[in-house]
Design a protein around this ligand. Structure first.
Ligand SMILES: [Mg+2]
Length: 98
């Protein structure tokens, strides 16, 4: 699934499940919440007190971040595929092809 498909799915899912979408400010808080969960997962597996025998779903947490970002992007009418093209400018500035 690419970013455009993810954004479309998120939009359709919100339309299917929700009567009222959260405003972008609240959605930003949800994104920070998911970033916090991702940070916790990273700390558990690689922090200065990395724990052994702790199951961490880092991929799942990053997926949650992507969904929260896609939701926020939809609420702000931002096309994440277009945002990736802005990354391309940075990559080119750093001297590598994209
Ligand atoms: Mg999460």
């Amino acid at each position: 699934m690419n970013l455009k498909a993810l954004q479309k799915w998120v939009c359709e899912d919100w339309n299917k499940r929700s009567k009222k979408k959260p405003d972008p400010h609240l959605q930003l808080i949800y994104l920070f919440e998911e970033l916090g969960e991702m940070a916790e997962a990273i700390r558990k597996i690689g922090g200065n007190k990395a724990r052994k025998n702790v199951e961490v779903d880092l991929e799942g947490e990053m997926g949650d971040v992507l969904i929260a970002l896609a939701t926020l992007a939809n609420n702000c009418n931002v096309d994440l595929s277009a945002a990736v093209k802005k990354c391309k400018k940075i990559i080119l500035r750093h001297g590598q092809g994209f």
